[in-house]
Write a protein that binds this ligand. Structure first.
Ligand SMILES: [Zn+2]
Ligand SMILES: [Zn+2]
Length: 272
């Protein structure tokens, strides 16, 4: 099906650089295509066959993300993006692939988010809820968001495409991350079976890349995906992107004023 047009999150290097406020490092690999989708069960390439198969894949005959000529319905204007990337998706933007662009944000500029993150983390008396607000920030300044609201997105028969780094735009929060794909600035070596660090959680503890297989089993992670090692101290490991939950919760004290100000009216919500 060569006629399939692509859709996706428009996160090209020159765009993302403007959002990077910490180290300004660029992701190593940016692919100029439709990106990916993850829904809690898997990570999927947003190619023609996947889009064509949506009704069967989600067992819902109302899916039809393309027109009679085989072109994918894409939010290709700011109005369409604003109408589709929100909790109450306008009828005319249902069955669309939602593409956001930096140019469509207010003023055409990156949305700055300020988080207060403890330099010296302290453990809280109990784990946070699964919704502490934003979970943290990557080393190159991208907000680590809560889970994408997949039920709302799919309920409107939309696909809020992610780029190959697991991020996308919404009109309220700008560019933000829902899944960890190993992009961007990383620190540390892979000693002791551990993985590199890519960001800080809102409670100040480092977040490392996901563990897999035997290393995951051996790591003995706690309820919030954290553990302590001799060389790194206490730190988290992100879930794989398929889970649509970078972290399940936070174990440390965090500043609740760093919350994103409640569910954004544009989204999809919260932090769609
Ligand atoms: Zn570790
Ligand atoms: Zn989002």
């Amino acid at each position: 099906m060569s006629r399939w047009r692509v859709c996706g999150s428009d996160a090209r290097p020159h765009l993302r650089r403007t959002e990077a406020v910490v180290h300004g490092q660029l992701a190593a690999v940016w692919l100029q295509d439709a990106g990916i989708w993850f829904d809690g069960s898997g990570v999927y390439n947003l190619d023609g066959p996947f889009i064509k198969n949506l009704a069967q894949f989600y067992s819902d005959s109302e899916w039809k993300l393309y027109d009679s000529a085989g072109n994918v319905n894409v939010t290709n204007t700011k109005e369409a993006f604003d109408g589709a990337a929100r909790p109450d998706v306008a009828v005319q933007y249902q069955n669309h692939c939602v593409e956001g662009r930096l140019a469509w944000l207010t003023g055409g500029k990156a949305i700055q988010t300020t988080m207060l993150i403890p330099i010296s983390p302290t453990k809280a008396s109990s784990a946070s809820s699964a919704h502490p607000g934003n979970f943290g920030i990557t080393l190159d300044g991208v907000v680590i968001a809560e889970s994408a609201p997949v039920d709302a997105i799919l309920g409107a028969h939309t696909i809020a495409a992610f780029d190959h780094c697991g991020g996308h735009y919404n009109p309220i929060e700008g560019y933000h991350l829902h899944g960890v794909m190993g992009c961007g600035h990383l620190e540390g070596d892979d000693a002791d079976g551990d993985t590199k660090m890519f960001g800080y959680a809102a409670d100040g503890y480092p977040i490392h890349l996901p563990l897999e297989g035997a290393a995951l089993s051996a790591a003995n992670l706690d309820d919030c995906n954290g553990h302590s090692t001799a060389s790194e101290g206490y730190h988290y490991h992100a879930n794989g992107a398929a889970k649509n939950a970078i972290l399940p919760c936070l174990m440390g004290e965090y500043d609740i004023s760093t919350r994103a100000g409640g569910p954004p009216p544009g989204g999809p919500p919260p932090s769609g």
